[in-house]
Write a protein of this length. Structure first.
Length: 97
């Protein structure tokens, strides 16, 4: 079974109620790589109140916990950029995105 970006978006939207969510399929960048045969590669960028006060590891755990079924069903690699609304506000005032 193959997991799509839409599947990931649906699960993360329900579990983490993000104010911003982007899922990018990077599988084409890994063509020929041994892991490409084992599943798809994705980058996930999301902002959620659920990440407020949590360190990076705890934020990633929330994402992985939400996607546990999808991880077993066709995701080989996942890059996660998980931010709280405060992180985004600070980045904007510092001129970063």
């Amino acid at each position: 079974m193959s997991v799509s970006a839409t599947d990931i978006e649906r699960v993360l939207a329900a579990a983490l109620q993000p104010t911003q969510l982007e899922v990018q399929d990077d599988s084409h960048l890994h063509a020929g790589h041994a892991g490409a045969r084992e599943g798809r590669h994705y980058t996930v960028r999301l902002t959620s109140e659920r990440f407020t006060g949590l360190n990076r590891v705890a934020r990633h755990r929330l994402v992985y916990d939400a996607l546990q079924h999808e991880m077993r069903s066709g995701i080989h690699a996942l890059v996660i950029d998980a931010r709280s609304p405060a992180d985004v506000a600070v980045a904007r005032t510092d001129g970063h995105t």
